[in-house]
Design a binder for this molecule. Sequence first.
Ligand SMILES: C[S@@+](CC[C@H](N)C(=O)[O-])C[C@H]1O[C@@H](n2cnc3c(N)ncnc32)[C@H](O)[C@@H]1O
Length: 150
Amino acid sequence: MSIAAALAGAAHVLALDLDPLALTATGLNAGLNGVTVGAPPTGRLATAVADVVTMAHAPDDDPLVAALLAADVVLAGDLFFERSLAAATLAVLRRAAAGGAVVMAGDPGRTYLPPDTFTPVATFDVPVAAALEDAPVRRTRVLTLPRPTG
Ligand SMILES: C[S@@+](CC[C@H](N)C(=O)[O-])C[C@H]1O[C@@H](n2cnc3c(N)ncnc32)[C@H](O)[C@@H]1O
């Protein structure tokens, strides 16, 4: 998702994940896609290890929360597969939306996607690894989190 955001024209992207190996893969994949890795102004995509559960409760001046609150767009890719992770993700995304960001999530039909919370904007049939999923293709939706009113 972070690489797609950079390829779509984002001036700078910060990719977060709990797993350093996932971020290593992101960096390698970014390079293969012509996206420069590193902090601005030289890099377009930076990575940071982050725990969304910690971010849900961290203060506004926490560096990662501050980045979240300063972002124009916040994207979450497939994070609603576990109950507590889904709750923390929703809390973080709500925080971002309250801070003024456009918030979008990609979800391939996970159990803990909060009901009646997001607005679907697009649907894709995505080929997946049958060894990991229970089907060769998963119907995957792009959703947006409405901005809070008032
Ligand atoms: C299904 S993968 C999705 C990967 C990627 N976001 C995408 O859309 O392709 C779920 C990812 O969530 C990460 N993850 C799990 N628990 C997390 C947490 N508490 N905070 C941040 N990331 C977490 C995992 O390391 C894994 O990379």
